[in-house]
Ligand binder design. Structure first.
Ligand SMILES: Nc1ncnc2c1ncn2[C@@H]1O[C@H](COP(=O)(O)OP(=O)(O)OP(=O)(O)O)[C@@H](O)[C@H]1O
Length: 296
């Protein structure tokens, strides 16, 4: 469904250039539910905005379904955003119209694209557990309920892919669990591909695969050992809860490049260059041999 290779995004302002993505590789299968994690500034939102057609890539390849997002024309981009992708944000005020009811909010994107389907709008609200509140105005609903309306809206035009940026960022744990269960259900029922950007490792435990981004590059992948197991709560540590249910892999690109965590490099004293040996089974990276020799 999604295929990024060597994806680059550079933000340019008058006197400064920021390389937010520096050759990122990512493949997401149709029907997969996965999460992208990474520290603040690692490029998660930049990636999501490109996948959602809200921002243009600078270079590389990015294909979503039939669309090449590097070459797509502006008029095609409008169609792409309307039909292929649904968005859920942390701050749902962006999606919602407070003076309309929940049902009217869900119907709004349908009206805009000329495909009103009230039965489906009601079904979506039932799916997110708001059957009894669909005629309430938005301001009569709690924050968690509004977020569920936002999910129903994101699905109103039957997108093939749902992108969620910190979807549980401003709700409590119970609501967060409820939202993740809704994602899982629509993923199963509709076969929709779901990509969630999050800091929350407990939430990452509830998806099939987690891809970690560091400095605008995919660094590590965590694949669920037992796809039927849902992690109740992470312990907050990167190597803790996540690694109990997921197996960790370092990502190696086609050119053989991989990212070694900064902590590992510091621990063995590797700076600008390293020595690498292959012993027939293992590839061993150490501090440069010549420097060791210098010491003696
Ligand atoms: N419009 C912009 N103009 C200039 N620089 C930008 C712009 N948007 C993002 N950046 C920079 O690109 C880098 C990646 O930002 P991005 O928002 O994608 O990170 P993130 O991983 O989503 O962080 P967070 O978790 O804090 O949202 C950062 O250094 C950021 O300052």
């Amino acid at each position: 469904m999604i295929h990024c290779e060597g994806l680059v995004k550079i933000f340019k302002s008058e006197d400064i250039e920021v390389v937010a993505l520096q050759g990122l590789n990512l493949t997401v299968e149709q029907g997969e539910m996965m999460a992208i994690i990474g520290n603040s500034g690692s490029g998660k939102s930049t990636l999501l905005n490109i996948l959602g057609g809200l921002d243009r890539p600078s270079a590389g390849q990015v294909q979503v379904g039939e669309w090449d997002l590097l070459k797509i024309r502006d008029d095609q981009l409008v169609e792409y955003k309307r039909n292929t992708v649904g968005f859920v944000w942390q701050n749902n005020a962006r999606n919602l119209l407070p003076y309309l009811t929940a049902l009217e909010n869900v119907e709004m994107p349908m009206l805009l694209s000329g495909k009103l389907d009230r039965a489906y709008a009601k079904q979506l609200l039932e799916w997110v557990g708001l059957k009894d509140r669909m005629h309430n105005k938005l301001h009569q609903l709690s924050g968690g309920e509004q977020q569920r309306v936002a999910i129903a809206i994101s699905l109103s035009n039957r997108p093939k892919m749902l992108l969620a940026d910190e979807p549980t960022g401003s709700v409590d744990t119970a609501t967060s669990d409820q939202i993740m269960n809704i994602f899982r259900e629509v993923n199963r029922e509709l076969g929709i591909t779901i990509v969630i950007v999050t800091h929350d490792l407990a939430l990452a435990g509830k998806v099939d695969r987690v891809v970690a981004i560091r400095d605008g590059l995919t660094s590590t992948e965590f694949v669920k050992r037992n796809p039927n197991l849902d992690l109740a709560a992470g312990d907050g540590g990167f190597g803790g809860g996540l690694q109990e249910v997921h197996e960790a892999f370092v990502v190696v690109d086609r050119a053989g490049r991989l990212q070694v965590p900064k902590e590992y490099l510091e621990a063995v004293g590797i700076g600008g260059r390293a020595s690498m040996e292959f012993d027939g089974e293992k590839i061993v990276i150490t501090a440069p041999k010549s420097l060791e020799g210098d010491k003696s």
